[in-house]
Design a binder for this molecule. Structure first.
Ligand code: HEC
Ligand code: HEC
Length: 454
């Protein structure tokens, strides 16, 4: 949902520098961007990791704190330094609460999907002087997979998130409210349903025979150590974790990872050394001298594939999905304006304004020759987005001037404008980057530009 500085730079006619990294989805970054050339935030996703929250399943509703947390999770305003300049947010790495298998920042990543949170780029003070990138974990089921960090060093989610903001990304000390909101939000991020697995982690009759044989192997005591099986650490009825750290020969003590929806979490192990379940199983076979035959190994992989799956892992992004999301984000003003909470009003206006500008960039300018047709529709969509951003700015200005009735009035006007321009945005959708055909053509043209700039 978040598009980077790239398109903004393009629109401004800035020079495009070639990526040094292998070809990926959007392997170009503007020279002017804050991140090193070759960085890949993998933001131009048409199909996004599916998002599901605890209250969705419990039939509950979004609370104020949840909406605030949801908004902050996508906001660069809580970070400082380069991360804020580059428009990065929690969501840049934990996309829709999942992982980001393509994230790559030269100097901080060893391979796509890994990141050194103690490097100097984002906070010189937090630099531990060692290049020690780790995988970006999925936060699905976050409530059930503590302690936090690959090495399980922090028991409290609140403390972990505070550390992310202040130490890893040089943000100002967050208010209690900001932390409460992010903790509330992250705690709601759920595992995705999987018809092959029961809620207590057993296979259903939708799973294959191979997976079923694999399940038996998973529970079978190791030949050289009968007190241990895969399941003694990965407890099926406890989200496949034991909340402990172990030295399994991977370079130190690391926490047991969940295996739910893990099919989408590659690369595996703390440092992302393994790209597939095949490799992981091969490793365990050797390390614990399990003596598994080739067919047993493939049964175990079939089992990991089955419990690691999800019914709907990805969901296409649409204009309506963007509008729904931004409507939820801005709804914090329903509470913040009457409460005269200037800090939240400012955060909401900044974050939602930035999100709208990015939505606007999905409607290419008339100058963009990679897109055909719908010029009038695209221009009207862009103008609509500019209107919305402007109205939001006025909300913030009124609040800064302590004129809260005026802020409330302008917020009402903003909401009416959203309703009014929704048909315009939808009319332009087919000519926009929300359309897979247009999207692919547009990025193919960008890649060509990058080649020329080499
Ligand atoms: C640049 C990428 C990046 C950004 C931005 C980022 N994270 Fe992370 N996150 C990581 C990495 C890498 C780890 C693993 C770190 C470790 O093991 O110490 C991690 C770990 C976590 C964990 C622990 C998960 C677990 O299973 O132990 C939580 C919770 C988390 N991040 C939440 C957040 C929140 C909330 C934000 C925004 C305030 C955020 N992250 C921003 C990369 C990122
Ligand atoms: C002694 C505890 C223990 C046992 C036994 C164990 N694991 Fe694990 N497992 C871990 C730990 C700890 C990690 C994380 C290692 C790391 O981050 O370097 C892990 C990681 C994994 C991963 C990668 C998950 C990810 O997201 O990175 C898979 C898959 C896995 N184990 C499957 C198995 C299978 C299959 C077996 C049995 C053959 C098994 N495990 C036995 C503790 C255990």
């Amino acid at each position: 949902m978040r598009s980077g500085a790239l398109r903004a730079a393009l629109a401004a006619g800035l020079v495009i520098a070639a990526s040094v990294a292998p070809v990926r989805a959007t392997p170009v970054v503007s020279k002017d961007a804050t991140l090193p050339v070759g960085s890949e935030l993998n933001e131009e996703l048409l199909d996004q990791p599916t998002e599901l929250f605890g209250f969705d399943q419990a039939g509950g509703k979004r609370s104020y704190l949840f909406n605030l947390g949801d908004m902050l999770f996508s906001s660069s305003s809580i970070f400082g330094g380069k991360a804020a300049d580059a428009g990065m947010s929690c969501n840049s790495c934990h996309q829709q609460g999942a992982s980001n298998p393509k994230l790559f920042v030269p100097g901080l990543s060893a391979k796509p999907g890994t990141f050194d949170t103690t490097g100097s780029l984002f906070n010189a003070k937090a630099d531990n002087g060692v290049f020690d990138p780790v995988t970006v974990p999925s936060l699905r089921g976050a409530k059930f997979i503590g302690p936090y960090g690959h090495d399980g060093r922090i028991a409290s989610l609140r403390e972990f998130i505070r550390n992310v903001i202040v130490n890893e990304f040089a943000g100002a000390e967050p208010s209690g409210q900001v932390l409460d909101a992010l903790v509330t939000y992250v705690n709601e991020i759920s595992f995705l349903p999987n018809e092959k697995m029961t809620s207590d982690g057993r296979l259903t009759d939708k799973a294959s025979d191979a997976a079923r044989r694999g399940e038996a192997l998973f529970n079978k005591p190791f030949p050289k150590n009968a007190s241990m099986s895969c399941a003694t650490c990965h407890e099926a009825d406890a989200a496949f974790v034991d909340h402990k750290v172990h030295d399994i020969g991977s370079g130190g003590y690391f926490k047991t990872k969940t295996l739910i929806n893990a099919k989408f979490n590659a690369p595996y192990f703390h440092d992302g050394r393994f790209d597939s379940f095949d490799e992981v199983v091969g490793y365990f076979d050797k390390h614990y001298e399990l003596g598994l035959s080739a067919s047993e190994q493939s049964d175990l992989v079939a089992y990991l594939d089955a419990i690691g799956d999800a019914d709907t892992p990805y969901t296409p992004n649409t204009v309506q999905a963007e509008i729904d999301e931004l409507t939820a984000f801005i709804s914090v003003l329903d509470v913040a304006i009457p409460a005269r909470d200037k800090a939240v009003i400012r955060l909401a206006v900044d974050s939602v304004g930035a999100e709208w500008r990015e939505v606007g960039e999905n409607f290419p300018d008339r100058k963009d020759t990679s897109v055909e047709g719908g010029v009038a529709e695209r221009m009207r969509a862009r103008a609509s987005v500019r209107d919305l951003v402007l109205t939001l700015r006025q909300v913030a200005m009124a609040a800064e001037a302590d004129d809260f009735p005026e802020a409330a009035r302008l917020y009402g006007q903003y909401r009416k404008t959203v309703a009014m321009v929704t048909p315009y945005l939808k009319a332009a959708e087919q000519y926009s980057l929300f359309n897979p055909r247009v999207h692919d053509k547009h990025f193919a043209a960008l890649r060509q530009l990058a080649e020329l700039a080499k």
